[in-house]
Design a protein around this ligand. Sequence first.
Ligand code: CA
Length: 274
Amino acid sequence: MMAGLLGVGSQAGAAVLGFSENFDSAAQGTTLPSPFVEVVGAAGTGADYSIVAGPTSGNVLQGLVSGSATSTSTGQGANISAAVPITDAPGNGFVVSTNFRLDSFSAGGSASTLNFALAALGTSTNFSTGSNYRLFYTQFGGGNTGKLTIGEIGATGTAVSGASTGTLTPVAGLEVTLTFTGTYSGVTLTLSGTLNSGATTLTVGAVDATPLTGTNFGYRTALNAQLGTAQTGPIPSTLDVRYDNFSVSAVPEPASIAGLAIGAMAMLGRRRRA
Ligand SMILES: [Ca+2]
């Protein structure tokens, strides 16, 4: 709630580094709390973000997409974006993170892909247009199933990463924390993505010497036809995911990072001894 208030600072409908939203104060229903903007990026029989009760306590953001992907030329299917402009992130770095639960999914055969992503530095609140970076997990039916990747969308593509070396097989009920970090060295932006399920950690990184400068951060949830895969007809698919505890914060100072590392090592030590 405090972060929501901070978001109504100097620019209406925008926020600054230090923004967070746990959706607990938002009314349940299809309206997202300001300054989130929801955009349905392509047609689907159901493509919507809404506030629903969480499995334990508090509210969460439900991303629901269902439809039939048909195109092999563009891969375009049903998708939705939920974005918040963070006006001071470009050039300063960021850490965007969220809790994520894969509630249920149904991929319509090997030619469809389902994915969700944390988006950063987007030029539009619709992450299907303009340019943005996306931290993807996962693409059902594709070669990157269960992997983490970074993409630069709608631009030069110089920051597209390889896939994480590890794999975490998507199953209904999977709960993870996703973290997408951008740090600058001069003008060069280094991106790193982490997925942590508690038992498994996936990491991936990319570097861009000509970084994007958009201000939009948020979620994108999509189903697509898999590029280059022959299809005989529409492919029905559904994806139901729950997000919580979205935050976009400043990159910690080196002293703080050292403190975090010491804390993490202490935690590991405790786990090892347990
Ligand atoms: Ca919540």
